[in-house]
Design a protein around this ligand. Structure first.
Ligand SMILES: Cc1cc2nc3c(=O)[nH]c(=O)nc-3n(C[C@H](O)[C@H](O)[C@H](O)COP(=O)(O)OP(=O)(O)OC[C@H]3O[C@@H](n4cnc5c(N)ncnc54)[C@H](O)[C@@H]3O)c2cc1C
Length: 232
């Protein structure tokens, strides 16, 4: 939820969609941030952010201030600077639907993407359950940077294209340097490393071919015999 204690999106969405919603929700605020909450049972079953699930201890995260804890929702609210009555109302409203696996406000669990990272043993909705057994916990979320969709426009051979979409001789780009084939969407994990590896391989083949071709040209210029390959 936002620093004013209100939910603003489906928390089961990809970080790509979540952070965009977070930026919109924090418009006009001094900082773009959010709090992610859970109860004791959820913390020990699944962990939260860098906090690993049971049996790993949580003491160092409490000590560092990364993990906030309150015996009640109101006490947690005070620790994270939210008005207790507002946070209590938000949790109460969420819990009403969560008891039956519903999230009428944002549809958490309504998409396959939400559910595949949920707990199949939790029914009827693998990623929704009420926050009921204290103590309650929260971690602060801020925007991070793991890559970019923007970059140099390339073709299927990884050649960089100029403004008239013609390949620039000898210039190739892959990874974060190339505009993503995903076109700014996040269909699932691996959307940067997958294309980076694939197009890195394609670029390697292109460069090897270019190297072989320039060697043949040199041999022709030097009037040396050229070995002809019969590979299909
Ligand atoms: C925390 C985190 C988690 C991620 N998780 C995933 C994931 O689960 N799945 C996924 O697909 N992607 C993930 N990503 C994104 C993915 O790791 C990056 O998009 C990818 O590594 C980019 O690869 P790259 O080779 O283009 O760039 P980089 O890996 O950034 O490589 C660029 C290299 O160039 C070097 N360099 C920079 N400037 C110079 C210079 N002037 N001279 C010489 N060398 C230079 C750098 O030191 C670096 O080694 C994650 C990223 C982060 C940060």
């Amino acid at each position: 939820m936002t620093p004013n204690g209100k939910r603003f999106t489906n928390e089961g969405s990809s970080y790509h969609d979540f952070v965009q919603a977070m930026v919109t929700a924090c418009k006009g605020e001094p900082e773009v941030s959010a709090w992610l909450l859970c109860d004791h049972k959820a913390l020990r079953n699944y962990g939260l952010g860098c906090v690993a699930p049971s049996p790993l201890p949580i003491g160092r995260h409490l000590k560092s201030g990364y993990l906030k804890r309150g015996q009640s929702v109101a006490e947690l609210a005070k620790k994270i600077g939210i008005q207790p009555s507002v946070l209590e109302a938000t949790v109460r409203e969420f819990n009403q639907g969560a008891c039956t696996g519903d999230d009428p406000a944002f549809g958490k669990g309504s998409k396959a993407y939400n559910r595949y990272q949920g707990d199949a043993l939790v029914t009827p909705n693998p990623c929704v359950a009420p926050l009921e057994s204290g103590p309650f916990y929260a971690i602060k979320l801020v925007v991070g940077d793991i890559g970019t969709f923007a970059g140099l426009v390339t073709d299927e051979k990884t050649r960089v294209l100029d403004a008239s979409r013609k390949p620039i001789k000898g210039l190739y780009a892959v990874g974060n340097d190339a505009a993503s084939v995903m076109g700014g969407n996040y269909p699932g994990a691996g959307i940067t490393l997958g294309p980076a590896l694939t197009f890195g391989y394609v670029a390697g083949l292109q460069l090897a071919k270019a190297e072989a071709a320039s060697e043949v040209m040199l041999q022709v210029e030097r009037r040396e015999p050229v070995a002809i390959s019969h590979h299909a």
